[in-house]
Design a protein around this ligand. Structure first.
Ligand SMILES: N[C@@H](CCC(=O)N[C@@H](CS)C(=O)NCC(=O)O)C(=O)O
Length: 222
């Protein structure tokens, strides 16, 4: 079993689906929570013009941001590449090439949504003023959320299994279900009006290993 080290800030956000996959398959990993101070040190630590052809590399991490997964010292950047890698490794990427492509496309759709949602989460994380945060909520996130949840509802309405892809769990279910946690915690989702999403959310969170992990994890709003 390789040594895994996952470095990210002390929130769920982009690293949580990977943490959930580790928990689901009982795979030990180092859950390295990076403080903002520690990150600022890492960030200013590197500029090597010959290596980067004069483009700035802002930190020691592969792409200058977190999360990063180290597998026996090999560093992987980009949250969804990390999550897809783990999904493939542990067998929840999809049962064939078509299922894999559909799972990927659902996650890509989620990425389109979080381009908007992250304007809210980063404003909260960096303590922007409440009026600005509310403007982002109403003008940016609400319309993007309506579109995104409409798409997820459409997929679930067609699903016979209750999963987003095929008839078993894929990483797309984990990514979307964890994002629903963030929407719930930040007042963007009301299960009283979203019964199909509630059913899906319960299905994923009733998987024993996920349930056990979620009950004991550090609870964060983002
Ligand atoms: N597309 C990247 C985005 C990574 C990203 O935006 N990371 C943020 C935290 S959520 C970060 O490292 N922020 C600190 C910085 O940019 O200095 C991914 O999905 O991993």
């Amino acid at each position: 079993m390789p040594n895994y080290k996952l470095s990210y800030f002390d929130v769920r956000a982009l690293a949580e689906p990977a943490r959930i996959i580790f928990a689901l398959f009982d795979v030990p990993f180092e859950d390295h929570r990076v403080s903002v101070e520690e990150w600022n040190e890492l960030k200013k630590s590197k500029f090597n013009s010959s290596e980067t052809n004069n483009h700035l590399v802002f930190s020691e991490t592969p792409y200058g941001q977190l999360p990063v997964l180290e597998v026996d010292g090999v560093e992987i950047g980009q949250s969804m590449s990390i999550t897809r890698y783990l999904a493939r490794k542990f067998g929840i990427a999809g049962k064939n090439a078509e299922e894999e492509a559909i799972a990927d496309s659902i996650v890509d759709q989620y990425r389109d949504f979080i381009f908007s949602f992250r304007q809210f989460t980063s404003s909260v994380f960096y303590g922007k003023d409440p009026e600005y945060i509310n403007k982002v909520r109403v003008e940016v996130v609400d319309p993007a959320r309506d579109l995104f949840l409409g798409i997820i509802n459409k997929i679930l309405n067609k699903s016979e299994s209750g999963y987003l892809v095929g008839n078993s769990l894929t990483w797309a279910d984990i990514v979307i279900a964890d994002n629903l946690t963030s929407l719930l915690k930040n007042g963007f989702l009301d299960f009283k009006k979203e019964k199909k999403l509630e059913e899906f959310y319960s299905r994923i969170h009733s998987i024993p290993k996920i349930k056990e992990y979620v009950a004991k994890r550090k609870d964060t709003n983002l």
